[in-house]
Design a protein around this ligand. Structure first.
Ligand code: BF8
Ligand code: SF4
Length: 655
């Protein structure tokens, strides 16, 4: 087995990997070593869509293929390598878009129940956003109560999923030029569910067999995710739980406490976790914990739920995706409660080696070996209390072999689109003007969204941190979500002091003036919709072109693993953003499909994909793209002047 230091750059994770190895605990890191990736599946050349297959159509290695040979390289049904790669790719989009959108649907259902007074314990926290969405969606405000308005919004939100003909409502938020482009390309999504179902239909054997047409549907479903399901999730969560504002937090396994009941909340939907946060403050619960010998109750998060409760309550982050098993290895987790997505089936197994209870809560996501306490949104407090009690009662059962790594880092989170607006422009004239001005004058070169997962095929966190450091060093402001955000927070990039330490002079001067870190935490993966909003706001503020594709911005998911990441990447590309992924690329088995995604899409959508596993090279692909856009906008000279000024300043300083 390889040494723990080669598997992660995060000290806490390395320590826990060593502890796991000494205790004979098997983790995803070990499994990734023993299970080599299938070379045919990795490049999208294996089809298992029907019982005649599976069919494998890899590119012949190292030799030029004759047209005759290429014609023969087909699945049993006759599907070409192009069709197979494109089908596999858009099925990933369907999986990702379904996950985000079903999350959005869950929020909309709770939202409606709250509006109707059927879900006690929840309330509408952001009235301003409620009214804003009402205006956007044509919901009558008049003299109506928030409840009445919310009922209409909830019903409209739910209808977005089943719409048959009309475009989804949030599409209207995009710059006008972008909306026209989507209509021209025939990818403006209708109902969210419809677009996902249509992928499953078209990729069934013998339906759509033109890779260009398949990818077009992939684009449409991805847009239904970003500007539909994910945006509904973000916006309705903000109305219900509050729109995030800057908050100080801590990250890494060192946030677990030896003398308190540790309950980890892991997954994605904040509906239950919001209630657990409230329940944990109940003096009776704290008393119960004390009666079991603990000094209190300590909540911590893993994965995107962690981001949600950090952004709104300052609850610490225990870690990102690849730390879910390692958290259990501390021996100090009394219970881990999970809902949906990114939850490893190995958790109950590992938990057995310690005393930890794994609790599933969603009827959609049960795990053999875990206990199930179903989350009932109509009695959410009861569910939350039952979960907390399970954790508390388990505290006395801790074993002897407890070790909590002494690693935790401060971060500032809570940079919602609205917060950035206020921070930059001030409460009374909230705007992106100062950001645009600083991009135009060249202090900020551009903006990069670095998002997505961990993947044990690469060194944990290393790719994120290296890429982001390179970007900020080159004056690119970075916005982040998901597990990538946690990786960089652990590396100390999300505090204002990081600007002087890591950022280029231009970016550092702006961060210092505004008092923000050079890397901004914008939330969970569904909150990538906040980045769409931020780019739209930049366009609307003026001076940087009239479409998202004109902006000096780029995106990346350098350690991606999830189908959700592919859907996110695709909606960014289709919204006009150059987007680079690392690890591996799932269409390399077909040159045509890859060319369409990497080159032709630029012509069609103004944004395109790229694949580059080396984080420094990938960062420079993004910087080159940003410079290309600066040049097209005619603001490339400004940066040259700025650099000249700095050189002159240094000379003067030296005198
Ligand atoms: O939705 S970044 S590993 S936790 S998929 Fe999963 Fe990837 Fe993390 Fe959140 Ni997003
Ligand atoms: Fe093979 Fe075609 Fe069936 Fe896919 S759909 S498994 S390529 S026969």
């Amino acid at each position: 087995m390889a040494k723990a230091e080669t598997k992660s750059v995060d000290r806490a994770s390395i320590e826990m990997l060593e502890k796991a190895a000494s205790e004979g605990v098997n983790t995803a890191f070990d499994r990734a070593e023993t299970m080599k990736p299938c070379p045919i599946g990795t490049v999208g050349s294996c089809c298992s869509n029907c019982g005649m297959g599976p069919c494998r159509v890899p590119l012949p290695k190292g030799k030029e293929e004759t047209p005759e040979e290429k014609r023969k390289r087909r699945g049993i049904c006759g599907a070409t390598a192009e069709t197979i790669a494109a089908r596999n790719f858009i099925r990933m989009i369907a999986g990702g878009a379904a996950a985000h959108s079903d999350h959005g649907r869950g929020v909309a259902e709770l939202f409606l129940a709250v509006a109707k007074g059927e879900a006690s314990g929840y309330e509408i926290k952001d009235e301003q956003k409620l009214l804003q969405v009402a205006l956007e969606w044509g919901v009558d405000i008049g003299n109506r109560s928030n409840q009445e308005i919310a009922i209409d919004i909830g019903e409209k939100a739910l209808a977005e999923f089943g719409k048959q003909k009309d475009e989804i409502l949030f599409l209207r938020r995009a710059p006008l030029k972008r909306q026209e482009l989507w209509r021209k390309q025939e990818v403006a999504p209708r109902g969210i569910d419809r677009e996902i179902v249509e992928i499953m239909h078209r990729t069934h054997m013998g339906v759509d067999q033109d890779y260009r047409n398949l990818l077009k549907q992939g684009v449409r479903a991805a847009l239904a995710d970003g500007w539909g399901g994910s945006m509904i999730a973000t916006e309705l969560q903000d109305i219900l739980f509050g729109t995030p504002a800057p908050v100080l937090g801590e990250v890494n396994l060192g946030v677990l406490k030896r003398d308190e009941v540790n309950l980890i909340i892991h997954g994605h939907e904040p509906l239950l976790s919001e209630m657990i946060v409230v329940a944990a403050q109940d003096p009776q619960m704290v008393e119960l914990a004390k009666s079991k010998g603990a000094n209190g109750i300590n909540l911590a998060g893993i994965c995107c739920t962690a981001n949600e409760i950090l952004m709104r309550h300052g609850i610490p982050l225990a870690g990102n995706f690849l730390q879910q098993e390692l958290a259990l290895v501390t021996g100090a987790v009394d219970a881990m409660v999970v809902d949906v997505q990114c939850i490893m089936q190995s958790l109950p197994d590992i938990a057995q080696c310690y005393h930890t209870k794994i609790i599933t809560t969603s009827p959609k996501a049960k795990i053999l070996g875990a206990m199930h306490i179903e989350f009932d949104e109509h009695n959410a407090m009861e569910s939350a209390q039952a979960i907390l009690k399970t954790a508390i009662e388990n505290f006395p059962h801790r074993g002897k072999n407890i070790h909590i790594p002494d690693e935790r880092t401060d971060l500032i989170a809570g940079f919602s689109h609205e917060t950035i607006n206020y921070l930059l422009g001030g409460l009374f004239r909230a705007s992106y003007r100062p950001l645009n001005d600083n991009i135009i004058n060249g202090r900020i070169r551009g903006v990069a969204g670095v998002v997505g997962c961990n993947n044990p095929r690469v060194t944990h966190d290393e790719v994120h941190v290296t890429m982001v450091k390179e970007l900020i060093k080159n004056d690119v402001l970075v916005v982040q979500t998901g597990c990538s955000a946690m990786a960089c927070a652990k590396a100390g990039l999300m505090v204002p002091e990081a600007a002087a330490k890591y950022a280029g002079e231009g970016l550092a001067s702006v961060c210092e003036a505004v008092g923000i870190p050079p890397v901004l935490h914008m939330g969970s993966c569904v909150d990538n919709s906040r980045i769409l909003m931020a780019t739209t706001a930049m366009v609307k503020d003026g001076g940087l072109g009239d479409d998202i594709s004109d902006l000096p911005v780029a995106g990346a998911a350098p350690e991606w693993y999830s189908e959700k990441a592919i859907s996110i990447g695709q909606y960014f590309v289709a919204s006009g953003v150059f987007t680079v992924f690392g690890v591996n690329w799932p269409t390399l088995g077909s040159d045509e499909v890859t060319k369409l995604l990497f080159q032709d899409f630029e012509e069609m959508y103004g944004g395109m994909w790229a694949f580059e596993p080396d984080p420094i090279k990938a960062a420079h692909l993004m910087i080159d793209h940003i410079d290309k856009k600066r040049k097209a906008l005619g603001i490339d000279k400004a940066r040259e002047r700025i650099l000249y000024d700095m050189a002159m300043r240094r000379e003067l300083d030296a005198v």
